[in-house]
Design a protein around this ligand. Sequence first.
Ligand code: HEM
Length: 422
Amino acid sequence: MEQRRASGAVVVLRLMGRECFLINSAEAAHQVLVAQQDRFDKGGPFMEAARQLVGNGVITCGAQDHQVQRPVMKPAFHRGRVAGYAEVMSGCVQEATASWEPGHVLDVGAEMYRMAALVVARTLVSAPAGRLAAEVMADALPELLRGLLRRMLIPASWVHRVPTPGNRRFAEDRARLDAAVGEVIAQYRRQQEDRQDLLSQIMAGDRDSGRRPGDAEVRDQVMSVLAAGVETSASLLTWTFQLLARHPGIQHRLWEEVDGVLGQRPASFADLPELPFTRRLLTEVLRLYPPTWLLSRIAVEDAEVCGHLLPQGADVLVSPYALQRDPEVFPDPGRLDPDRWLPERLTPAQRQSFLAFGAGRRRCMGEFYGMTETTLAVATITRTWHLRSTNPEPLRPVPRFLLVPSDQPLTLHRRLPPGEDR
Ligand code: HEM
């Protein structure tokens, strides 16, 4: 996709047997995602695969349903609400790292996944009786996302009905997750109290219209939050620690900031404004390796974009990965340089080309949530641990459902003596 960037603002590609229009310039992406967004709806192979798990939830639904669903979901991600989740997030980071020992070789991808799944599960369902369901959600998710990827790459549905071990695991995990989510929804319906978690907020519905979602819609929204909120944050954290292990200068700057602000305590919501370098680092990692490396849409009517006709029914793909590596906008694009995001260096072109959280009406709802969670995690972990690379091989991005780094273990070294990190 990076190579195609030179071929013009819009090019035609054949992908998985389908003809697709690849959007290659920030202006063309702005036309599709923002200026002419009424002409482009969610669709294409990614969305079709995702609908098998999350149904018609807020990430996958069409524009008409989205108009009704977004007001139900939006308040759950409001800043004030996220401030309330921050304590849970911080607790999850400490719990997930409690078993780390100096000298251990860490499968950093798996660890970050476990942590991100715990965070979403606990902020989604805070009731103690929902704890078990939350753990089931966290546990079943990896296999389900692997299954989704298989379904996306091989669209023939009969292939996924053959009782292979992979298909059986997918069906079992889906049934387990469905049962757990159903049970929690029933419990919340019985008790009807606001537990200040995501699920209470989703079930409370749209305060303006008074509309409350039914069980099937709540289920689809829970699945959507799980699918949208776990791998994205896990991928961002994994890339961040892998890159830090290979950039000692940046690692030192991070230590300087984190040690100065936190001393020996874990990070809290109140520390966030004092951690600007940590935030710039995360933004720069998202630029280089956006977890959502491809956004897909379908043209619902003929549209003209930068002089090209995109006919009704066309699959349209926007690649944040390629656009965020355009050397005209981001000089020396392969270099990890958090200072590109200093307010005095930030350009309007950079802003327009940065699509890691999407753009327009379908822009990520969890941006503030995700940035809060990952800033707390990076600061809290960095204060205690140094994750060192023993393998000097370059990192390779692996495009799965999201973009993840090739597996490379990191070794744990303690920065704070035991007992001083509480
Ligand atoms: C931190 C890393 C994250 C990244 C890079 C990211 C990226 C994105 C992107 C690119 C989209 C738009 C997709 C499209 O236009 O087709 C999106 C949508 C969405 N994201 Fe995120 N996301 C992140 C974290 C989260 C978290 C933690 C949550 C929830 C806990 C979340 C919830 C959502 C939801 C609900 C939508 C659908 C918005 C809508 O269609 O109205 N995201 N995300």
